[in-house]
Design a binder for this molecule. Structure first.
Ligand SMILES: C[S@@+](CC[C@H](N)C(=O)[O-])C[C@H]1O[C@@H](n2cnc3c(N)ncnc32)[C@H](O)[C@@H]1O
Length: 298
């Protein structure tokens, strides 16, 4: 049945108690922390979802989410609608300089025996961060003849499908140096394609970071980059996710967060490693431990 055409004046109101109930449900199911002033933006963002399912009120929609077996796909849609997927190549150039000049040489020294480099971009959205890392690794020349794997994950299936294609439009290139763009992308009618020699380092998967059993399926990593993702989570979920990162990192492995993010009040298991151009976290050398919390069955 085609839903009736609605005018903007038909806006369905999200009442305070409905917002609070939805907010609690999103925190419980998705680990999302919505601030109290998010009511208007949630009301706006979810209008289309209610119309799509033919619900006349947010209470009806909440009932559907809570009790209907058919709501499984809707939860996935919701996660997509409630988070921002903004990203681009060469985001936060200062941090990338640190990765190039200090983190990669450190990982090359630490991994000399194994000649294996694994990096995970957790919450990579449409993949630009993953290809940026792959280009930096390639350009460094430090890992020739090594096994190199850059793994990108996101909760959004739509984002992961874009990442796998590796074809991008102008907004993704707002910060990338022109010579890098020329060297590692092929311009075609449908967009700029990531060069095959860079794609060859990269793989992608759908992972909900709020689910510890999903994190456990990701392999051991020498470094994890998780930028502009933890900001969406409540304190408990942040703790759970960073415990998961600790578990997945090799001893001496590096955790890179976004420039406004920190582990203050989240985890004391990492040590701070002050670099010349950035502050990163490191799983202590000689540490084989995982957080006991993380090892608890879920
Ligand atoms: C703002 S983007 C950050 C992209 C990239 N890391 C960057 O900084 O450019 C945030 C991403 O986090 C993802 N995200 C939000 N909640 C998540 C969860 N529970 N598990 C995995 N990814 C999640 C969103 O889907 C979104 O693509």
């Amino acid at each position: 049945m085609t839903p009736p055409i609605r005018s903007p004046l038909d806006r369905i109101e999200l009442r305070r108690e409905e917002f609070e109930s939805l907010r609690d449900m999103f925190a419980e199911r998705l680990g999302l922390a919505l601030p109290p002033d998010a009511r208007t933006s949630i009301e706006r963002r979810l209008q289309d979802r209610l119309i799509h399912h033919g619900h006349g009120s947010f209470s009806e929609y909440a009932q559907f989410l809570r009790f209907s077996g058919a709501a499984v796909d809707e939860w996935e849609e919701l996660q997509d609608v409630l988070t921002v997927h903004e990203t681009y190549f060469w985001r936060d150039e200062a941090q990338l300089r640190s990765v190039r000049d200090e983190v990669l040489p450190l990982l090359a020294a630490q991994g000399q025996g194994r000649r294996r480099l694994t990096i995970w971009s957790a919450g990579c959205a449409t993949g630009e961060e993953v290809y940026t890392l792959a280009i930096l690794v390639h350009e460094s020349g430090l890992f020739r003849d090594w096994f190199v794997r850059i793994y990108g994950s996101d909760v959004s299936r739509r984002c992961i499908s874009v990442a796998r294609k590796g074809v991008y439009g102008a907004p993704s290139f707002r910060a990338i140096p022109q010579d890098i763009r020329k060297q590692y992308f092929h311009e075609r009618a449908d967009g700029a394609h990531v060069a095959e020699r860079i794609r060859a380092y990269c793989s992608f998967g759908q992972v909900n970071l709020a689910q510890p059993d999903k994190i456990r399926l990701v392999g051991r990593q020498d470094a994890i980059m998780c930028r502009n993702v933890l900001i969406y989570f409540d304190a408990g979920t942040r703790r759970l996710v960073t415990d998961g990162f600790l578990d997945r990192l090799n001893a001496g492995g590096i955790l890179l967060l976004g420039h406004s993010e920190s582990l203050a009040h989240v985890s004391t298991a990492f040590e701070l490693l002050p670099l010349k151009g950035d502050l990163v976290y490191r799983k202590p050398l000689g540490s084989f431990r995982s957080s006991p919390e993380f090892l608890k069955p879920t």
